[in-house]
Design a protein around this ligand. Structure first.
Ligand code: PLP
Length: 379
């Protein structure tokens, strides 16, 4: 199989990640639950992973890195724990349902007020629109770092400075960029960064987390066992315990820790350069094929390595099936959990076929995919 669905999850993982999970499963206790060697090994593994996450994302205090099972959980914890009835939140058309649905729920059940910065037909926003939407009740901007449909990035430096100027929180969904685009939470002024372990970080599924800035107080989403302060009726107040009730995915975090090492050794810039080169090769190969329409802004390399396209009015699911069955190429059709983005692009009915590239793809694979699109477009 030629795997070009890395925006869903990266398929090829570094061997060191696989080895770390296997090793952890052969002998690991429960982190923060006792002082025998197994428990200490787990605690050290989790703490190391916290330090590596903090280093990767420019967070000076590892205790403000909280682990979750994915970015969906991180986003739910952040969004449900930050806002009160009457608070106003600004988000964008680029968002994934893991941002949209928690926000829609807060709107319906908690009286949180919502506005969206609109995207144009290329999936781009006008940054002036953030300021236009700000009102006295505005508490936060909640936004994607890169769209999982077009790959277009939002300029977090610009959004961060708007948030700083108006005293707003900035909550960022870095699901498509963590590991492949440099992120510095403190320099950018990000209040909460949410990331997932199994995409661009090349870690195991079931891992993810959040980096929480100094002074940002999030109410716990779940409460329960913490291994400390057991006689307290409430969840311990200090991070990370405040948001980590229950046993952590220690085996997965051992893998994520090895994945952070892989990213540090390879270099985020080198990973981005390789992924973007593959994406550009594919984009240049398909963009002028008669009948092919590509979505998104390719005028810059500041983007995720994603190319979404359609062929004439062919149903995206049929094209993706054809690619899988007759060419052995894995892609993702349909709506990609990004309904507002599809509406902005005008693809709500047809969906789109998404090709997404990883560090482990090759130019030869890209060329096979280009030839496949050319053949299907001739049909
Ligand atoms: C932009 C974006 N946000 C959030 C998510 C959710 O990630 P996870 O399923 O790992 O929670 C995804 C996954 O596709 C995504 O692309």
């Amino acid at each position: 199989m030629i795997y070009l669905d890395n925006a869903a999850t990266t398929y090829h993982k570094p061997q060191s990640v696989i080895d770390a999970v296997v090793e952890a499963m052969q002998g690991m206790g429960n982190s923060s639950r006792g002082s025998h060697s197994g428990a200490l090994k787990a605690a050290r593994t989790v703490y190391d992973a916290r330090c590596k996450a903090a280093a990767l994302f420019g967070c000076s205090d590892p205790s403000r890195v909280v682990f979750t099972s994915n970015s969906t959980e991180a986003l739910n914890i952040a969004l449900s724990g930050l806002f009160a009835p009457g608070d106003h939140v600004i988000s964008t058309d680029l968002e994934h349902n893991s941002v949209l649905r928690p926000l829609y729920r807060l709107q319906a059940e908690e009286g949180v007020l919502l506005d969206f910065v609109r995207a144009d037909r290329q999936g781009c926003v006008d940054y002036d629109d953030f300021e236009v939407l700000i009102r006295p009740e505005t508490k936060a901007v909640v936004c994607n770092h890169a769209s999982n449909l077009t790959g277009n990035m939002l300029d977090l430096d610009q959004i961060g400075s708007i948030c700083r100027k108006h005293g707003l929180l900035l909550v960022v969904d870095a699901s498509q960029t963590a590991g492949c685009i440099p992120i510095d939470v403190e320099k950018t002024g990000i209040s909460v960064l949410c990331f997932t372990g199994h995409k661009g970080l090349y870690g195991p599924q079931g891992t993810g987390g959040m980096c929480i800035a100094e002074g940002v107080e999030i109410r716990p989403f779940k409460v329960g066992g913490s291994g400390v302060q057991s006689f307290s009726k409430t969840q311990p107040a200090q991070y990370p315990t405040r948001l980590e009730a229950g046993t952590l995915n220690g085996h997965g975090l051992a893998g994520l820790s090895a994945a952070f090492d892989f990213i540090a050794e390879t270099g985020v810039e080198a990973i981005h350069a390789k992924e973007i080169a593959l994406m550009r090769r594919f984009y240049d190969g398909v963009k002028d094929i008669p009948g092919v329409k590509v979505y998104g802004d390719f005028s810059t390399d500041d983007r995720a390595a994603i190319v979404a396209l359609n062929i004439r009015d062919y149903e995206s699911g049929e094209v993706s099936d054809e690619l899988s069955e007759n060419y052995g190429i894995a892609t993702r059709p349909g709506a990609h959990c990004a309904p507002r983005m599809h509406e902005a692009l005008g693809t709500a009915e047809q969906g789109a076929v998404r090709f997404s590239f990883s560090y482990f793809n090759t130019e030869a694979e890209v060329d096979i995919a280009i030839d496949a699109i050319r053949e299907i477009a001739r049909l």
